[in-house]
Each structure stands twice: as C-alpha cells, then as structure tokens.
Design a protein around this ligand. Structure first.
Ligand code: 1HE
Length: 267
C-alpha cells in the first residue's frame, strides 16, 4: 500500500503503471492503453506509490503513456460513483500526488503524444519539462462533460497560457494541436511524431548530469520565487545561490571549467 497521504485508503493499481529504472533516470509509463490511460483512482495511487519509491540513484524522471495516447484524463467510469464530499477529497488526492511530482527531488520530463486532455493535461502541467510530438493534442473536455477541472488545471494551466485561453478551451472545447500548443507554452519542445519519448529520455539524461542541489533549487525555488514580491524573490534567490555554490560538487565543477576540462557552452 502506498504511503502517499493523498491516496490513503485506495489500493494502488500497480499493473496500470510500468516503471523502468535506468542508471540515473527512471521512466514511468501510464500503462492502461485500452482505456487510453484514463486516470483511475488506482492508477493515481500507483503513480504516487512509484514517485515515493524512486531509488536514490534516480536523478531525473520521464513520464510517458503507453499506446496511442498520453492520457485521456479522469476515468469517467469512476466519476458517476462519487458524491460531492467524495469529489472534494478526490481533487485533494490529485493535488497531493501532483505536488509530490512537481515539488519532489527530481525534475520530471513528460513525453506527450496523442490525447493530452483533461486530467491528462493537468498531469502533464505538473511536470517540469514537456516534450510534445506532432501527434499530440491538448484539450479540456470537462466543459462538454458538465464537470470542471479538478486536478489543479485552473491554477497550473492558467499560469502557463493565461486564464483567458483556459476559459476558451473549456467553454468552446477548443483543441490545440502540437505546434500551436507548444507555441503557447503547453510544451517546451515539439518533435516529429513518434519521437517524444526518445527526446524526453535524452533531456532527462542531460538533466541528470546536473548537480542535484542545482536541480533541487530550480524545482523548489523558481515556482516560489515567481509567486513572491520581487524583493522577497531576490532574497530567496540569493540564499539558494549561496547554498548551491557551497556544495563541494559546485566547487569541483567550476574548478574543472577553469582547468579547461569542464564543458563549454556551445551554440
Ligand atoms: C475512457 C476515457 C476516459 C477513453 N474515461 N474511459 N476525458 C475526456 O473527456 C476524454 C474522453 N476520451 C476521448 O475523447 C477519446 O477516448 C480519446 C480522444 C482520448 C481517444 O479516442 P480513441 O478513438 O482512440 O479511443 P476511444 O474508442 O474513444 O476509447 C477507447 C476506450 O477507452 C473506450 O472504452 P471501451 O470499453 O469502449 O473500449 C473508452 O470508453 C475508454 N476511454 N477515455 C474512461 N477518460 C481531476 S479532474 C479531471 C477531469 C477530466 O479529466 S474530464 C476529461 C475526461
């Protein structure tokens, strides 16, 4: 049973997530392709379980979906069984697990293809880097289902592309294709169809070579600094910079550059 608070009482469906640990990265795959990786309670609990159980050696994570689509969002088959109070706690359980993903110790790179819709887009936007291949499309069909975003999308997606665009997506059912969605900020990378996972793994392996303290400071610091008044942000930044610079690994990396053995920035 997962020790994640958000999924307390829900047995993780461990067969709905596959995890592969490589030397410095872990690849987490939503593995329910017959239901287009729709997020059941058990799948979400399994995601929380695997995030909590990542090995110490994992320095970056790739999140992908098996089959033709990244994720069709909330499992609508489970929705009808919830009353209002259960619905509230259900949202809270998503917030808890997505926060573990977003504010954990490792950067998470999402490999997106096919449908990235509803709760699938909410899940993707809790990741730090998104790679969309040309088959990816983004939508928030909640409006047409008579429901509302409940996995943090009104906060995270609005911050990425603006509340006015989220409003349009939900009111009109607008679908953004990969190129347009990427241009708006829903993904940072747009690659040919079929190449999202390869690119995400390449990025994760690059990210995994950074000093862990730098990655941690980025994940924890940047979103919080963005929420702070500028004067507070400068103070937070200076403290994170001081902590990162004091790590022995930072000193060794700077010395290597000055010795001519560290990597140069290349265009
Ligand atoms: C599902 C789900 C699902 C597919 N819940 N079962 N999300 C949506 O409103 C999106 C609903 N899904 C779709 O629009 C389409 O399925 C897709 C565009 C994603 C894929 O289309 P396609 O033609 O490849 O697959 P399909 O034939 O529609 O679906 C295959 C099976 O998956 C089928 O079940 P089957 O038993 O008939 O084979 C579908 O019923 C099932 N399936 N998507 C349950 N979402 C925290 S709040 C978040 C709120 C939301 O996310 S609301 C948005 C929900």
């Amino acid at each position: 049973m997962s020790n994640i608070q958000g999924s307390a009482g829900i047995a993780p469906s461990l067969d709905q997530i596959q995890v592969e640990h490589r030397s410095s990265i872990s690849i987490i795959r939503l593995s329910r392709p017959q239901k287009r990786n729709a997020i059941s309670d058990g799948l979400m609990a399994a995601l929380g379980h695997h995030i909590a159980e990542l090995p110490e050696s994992t320095r970056a994570v790739v999140l992908a979906g098996e089959g033709e689509h990244f994720c069709a969002g909330l499992d609508l088959g489970e929705l009808k069984e919830r009353d209002a109070v259960e619905g509230l706690h259900h949202s809270r359980s998503w917030y808890y697990i997505l926060r573990e993903l977003e504010q954990g110790r490792r950067p998470v790179i999402a490999a997106l293809h096919g449908a990235v819709v509803g709760g699938g887009l909410e899940l993707a936007t809790a990741c730090h880097i998104r790679v969309a291949d040309d088959s990816a499309f983004f939508a928030l069909p909640e409006g047409s289902r008579g429901i509302f975003v409940g996995g943090g999308g009104s906060v995270r997606i609005s911050k990425l592309i603006g509340a006015h665009r989220v409003l349009d997506m939900m009111l009109t059912g607008r679908v953004y294709k990969a190129a347009e969605g990427t241009a708006l900020g829903l993904a940072q990378y747009h690659v040919p169809a079929g190449e999202a996972l390869t690119k995400a793994i390449e990025l994760a392996e690059r990210v995994a070579t950074n000093a862990p303290m730098t990655n941690y400071a980025l994940i924890q610091g940047l979103p919080r600094i963005a929420e702070q008044p500028a004067d507070h942000g400068f103070l937070t930044e200076s403290m994170l910079a001081a902590i990162a610079q004091s790590a022995p690994e930072a000193k060794a990396r700077v010395k290597a550059f000055l010795d001519g053995t560290g990597p140069k920035v290349r265009a």
